[in-house]
Design a protein around this ligand. Structure first.
Ligand code: GH3
Ligand code: MG
Ligand code: MG
Ligand code: MG
Ligand code: MG
Length: 308
């Protein structure tokens, strides 16, 4: 995932709003009011609302309270209990002012209340505030997990994802593979071309690794200075070694000049691979240590190669 699209992307992010009401006329009024500024989705009952939330991941739900079968409170409770939907902002749209209902709504995690018949100016303003807050929160969360220089995951994200992948593979009795990568003679590169060119090189290398590792649950992270690490769930040592070799080859094919590399005219990278079928009571630290050991041997045997 690359951060540029969040920060300097040409198209601003449009908020997504789900309108939930059993009365078509109410949905129509809100739709007309909001359609120019937001992407609008609609649901006519509670179950449909929950389904839509999972599918379109809206930023905000405008939720009617009085509905048959599942009322608005039930829907809100459901959304807030599901990790997939708990971040969504919920504004209740209620028939008339009722303090007990407002208390209940806020206790369930709603962020605001709007009363019918709606006042268009107040409604728009409240929605705008909540959408701005939600999009900013999303942006901060994203930035906190991304390496600012290269745009790939940062160390923090790696540390969050590894235990999740670990327990998922343990549960499914599947192998988990780690690839540790380190650019060869990168100190010489900086000394030769300068630190700014070094940064450009790091970006290009990171993007190439990211393009090469592309299964949905794989992760590429910057592990430290010129080191990168990949998590490959459901991948054994043979598969992981294959991916690592593809990375090593793809970095050579970038043809980034490196006149002071002792082994090539271009920038190269070395890789250490390690794999395990995780058990819950094992530590993932040994897996990383093993990859580091293999990386060290790859360096020792001439660099620009994979060991595992
Ligand atoms: P080896 O082949 O053994 O890995 O040699 P190396 O020179 O790559 O390894 P070493 O650990 O000696 O040097 C790593 C260099 O990476 C030194 C440091 O200045 C550079 N580096 C680390 N982070 C950054 C960064 O963010 N930008 C730039 N331009 N350079 C960085
Ligand atoms: Mg209703
Ligand atoms: Mg290093
Ligand atoms: Mg290095
Ligand atoms: Mg090292």
């Amino acid at each position: 995932m690359f951060i540029d699209k969040y920060i300097s992307g040409a198209e601003p992010v449009r908020g997504k709003i789900l309108l939930v009401d059993d009365q078509v006329v109410n949905i129509k009024i809100l739709h007309q009011l909001l359609q120019d500024d937001y992407d609008i989705y609609m649901a006519r009952d509670g179950n449909q609302a929950i389904e839509m939330c999972k599918k379109v991941n809206p930023d905000l739900v405008l939720l009617d309270i009085e509905m048959p079968i599942l009322n608005g409170f039930d829907v809100c409770a459901h959304l807030k209990n599901d990790p997939d939907t708990q971040e969504v902002a919920v504004i209740f749209v209620s028939g008339h002012f009722d303090e007990d209902k407002e208390v209940r709504g806020f206790q369930l995690g709603a962020v605001d209340f709007i009363h019918k018949p709606i006042n268009p100016v107040i409604t728009k303003a409240r929605i705008k505030n909540q959408i701005r807050l939600k999009l900013n929160t999303d942006l901060l969360r994203t930035i906190a997990l991304i390496d600012g220089l290269t745009g790939v995951a940062n160390r923090r994200q790696f540390e969050q994802v590894l235990p999740v992948s670990w327990s998922q593979c343990a549960r499914e009795k599947q192998p988990l593979t780690i690839i540790l990568l380190d650019i060869d003679f990168f100190k010489h590169f900086n000394d030769t071309y300068g630190h700014t060119e070094g940064d450009v090189c790091l970006r290009l290398v990171a993007q190439k690794i990211n393009d090469t590792v592309n299964r949905p649950y794989d992760l590429v992270a910057r592990f430290g200075g010129e080191e990168f690490i990949c998590i490959l769930p459901n991948t054994d040592l043979i598969g992981g070694t294959y991916v690592a070799q593809q990375i090593v080859d793809s970095i050579v094919s970038l043809k980034i000049p490196h006149i002071n590399s002792s082994i090539s005219a271009f920038v190269t990278i070395s890789a250490g691979v390690s794999s395990v079928v995780p058990e819950y009571d094992m530590s993932s630290t040994t897996l990383i240590e093993e990859a580091d050991k293999q990386l060290y041997i790859a360096k020792d045997r001439g660099r620009n190669r994979v060991l595992g």
